[in-house]
Ligand binder design. Structure first.
Ligand SMILES: O=P(O)(O)O[C@H]1O[C@H](CO)[C@@H](O)[C@H]1O
Ligand SMILES: O=c1cc[nH]c(=O)[nH]1
Length: 237
């Protein structure tokens, strides 16, 4: 069975999937954290893998950059491949004074400049929110691993290079925990198709302070986030 973007059989994916934007990061997660791994997708090089974490079947696949891309993969995974739990593990920029490089943030909700949720919600504002149980599990897993987290509102931008530089000061004033490019779309797809979704991000740069992680720091920080995500999956619920 194949969809336009995923060439796999229905049983090829676990019910739970971790999704970074970068397909090579998906491969890294599979190689580093999962056992009995097999590759289940390679269409457009959007690498997908299924394996197990401490005996629990888990898939991991890239979702690309931006709401249109994540929306395609999330929709096909849910409706054609039986995935019911999608956890985005990404990177984000910070704007708040108290959010620092390498911090782990969790998107309880996601604001956006994108119109996709209005398109699917008859022009009204959909509150794009994470699944409550997944959020609880992620917070509990982080706590048991001694990883501090900040939980709050993400902003999913359409434009990485926005001409509205004053936007970031507005987001800081509203307490946004991180700026990324997919969570609001992922939450909208999950709401439309009855799945559960969560986004957690490692802060890779501070937009207002002009700071950025080194490659080594990014690696370590992301490993910690993957452990939190995978341990949260074991908590089920
Ligand atoms: O690290 P990922 O998951 O790709 O997330 C962030 O990085 C990309 C932009 O560089 C966007 O996809 C944004 O959401
Ligand atoms: O989308 C993103 C990701 C990281 N940093 C940003 O500024 N934006």
């Amino acid at each position: 069975m194949a969809t336009p973007h995923i060439k796999a059989e229905r049983g090829d994916f676990a019910d739970t999937i971790l999704m970074p934007g970068d397909p090579l990061r998906a491969q890294y997660i599979a190689d580093t954290f999962l056992s009995n791994v097999r590759q289940v997708n390679a269409v457009r090089n959007m690498l997908g893998f299924t394996g197990s974490y401490k005996g629990r079947p888990v898939s991991v696949m890239g979702h690309g950059m931006g709401i249109p891309s994540v929306s395609i993969y999330a929709k096909e995974l849910i409706t054609e491949f039986g995935v019911n739990t999608l956890i985005r593990v990404g990177s984000c920029g910070a704007v708040r004074d108290d959010v620092r490089l390498m911090d782990l943030v969790i998107g309880l909700g996601a604001s956006t400049e994108s119109r996709v949720n209005r398109t699917r919600f008859m022009g009204h504002d959909l509150a794009a929110i994470a699944d409550f149980g997944l959020t609880q599990n992620a917070v509990a897993a982080a706590s048991s691993l001694d990883v501090p987290v900040k939980v709050g509102n993400l902003f999913s931008a359409d434009l990485f290079y926005t001409p509205q530089s004053e936007l970031f000061e507005l987001l800081r004033r509203y307490g946004v925990v991180g700026v990324e490019m997919e969570a609001a779309g992922l939450y909208g797809v999950a709401a439309e198709y009855g799945a559960r979704a969560l986004t957690m991000c490692t802060v890779s740069d501070h937009i207002l302070r002009g700071e950025r992680l080194s490659a080594d720091e990014r690696q370590t920080g992301f490993d910690q986030m993957m452990e939190v995500a995978l341990e949260s999956v074991l908590l089920g619920g």
